[in-house]
Design a protein around this ligand. Structure first.
Ligand code: PAF
Length: 278
């Protein structure tokens, strides 16, 4: 695995890379979820490039940037062992020079869900992902469905701004007890980790109910809320049932694919999860 730290060095290397190039973007804190994106990229592309950058602009001042569980050495070893060909680790000063003055901002699709709770988050994401696409020039880029709104936002940005890149959505990877893998799971105590099982339990119950023929949107939100309320450690940020594509909240019956999503705090840890009802 080649490690590249300078934009000019990547530009030189790029001319010798075989296409298609698959990009796996990460903030670090590599786990099996990221590595499943690497596996998929490797199965579809001649060259797999990973991006490792703890992007400060997507964290609000009150969020966990300072303690985000990214260990460069461990992350490099995991990505290398999984067969990444090129790992790009930019420096903050190269990505955001002092005169950096551009923001890529999507409007409606960034307003609900995480956007309503995390001001500035999505403009941080879309700005860095635009830069990443311009620097790496991938043919395909792999994003996890656990961050469902991020995935929709990036798909929309690629369409609206005509990036010549195919966005590949990759299934959420779960532990045996259903908890979605996330770098932030490392913050959970043993008790909190046990309580985190209520998230997928609620989503899974709702999915079974959908498969049995239920279509009323309130029923699904209630199933999830009732399950989350069984834990005294969980505080609910939102439980939402929205249109899978536009993310606008659904009232009444579901008649097209819908995203059932939730965000909670367990102790100080912000966790999200979702299932698609279709
Ligand atoms: O999902 C992430 O890890 C980040 O938001 C991303 C896409 C790498 C941008 O910093």
């Amino acid at each position: 695995m080649k490690i590249v730290r300078k934009i000019e060095s990547y530009r030189k290397l790029y001319t010798s890379l075989h296409g298609p190039i698959g990009l796996v973007p990460t903030l670090g804190g590599i786990h099996e979820g990221h590595l499943s994106l690497v596996d998929l990229a490797k199965s579809e592309c001649a060259t797999t490039v990973s991006w490792l950058f703890l992007n400060p602009k997507q964290f609000a001042p009150n969020e966990d940037l300072a303690i985000y569980p990214a260990e460069e050495k461990e992350d490099i070893a995991l990505l290398k062992a999984r067969g990444v060909d090129v790992l790009f680790i930019p420096k903050t000063e190269d990505i955001y020079p002092v005169d950096f003055d551009t923001v890529v901002l999507l409007d409606k699709i960034t307003k609900p869900l995480e956007g309503s709770r995390r001001p500035g988050h999505f403009e941080g994401v879309t700005t860095i992902v635009s830069k990443m696409f311009n620097i790496i020039k991938p043919d395909k880029a792999y994003f996890g469905e656990k961050d469902a709104q991020q995935l929709r936002v990036i798909q929309k940005m690629v369409k609206d701004l005509n990036f010549p890149i195919e966005i590949i959505s990759c299934p959420t990877i779960r532990d045996d007890d259903g908890v979605a893998l996330s770098s932030r799971n490392k913050y959970l105590s043993v008790t909190e980790r046990r309580e985190a099982t209520f998230l997928y339990r609620g989503l899974y119950k709702a999915k079974v109910c959908y498969e049995q023929g239920e279509r009323n949107s309130d029923v699904f939100r209630n199933i999830v809320i009732q399950e989350l309320k069984k834990s005294s450690l969980i505080s609910i940020d939102y439980v939402s049932l929205s249109d899978h594509r536009t993310l606008s909240e659904i009232s009444g019956d579901i008649n097209s694919p819908a995203l059932l999503s939730l965000a909670v705090h367990i102790g100080g840890t912000h966790l999200i999860d979702n299932v698609v009802l279709q």
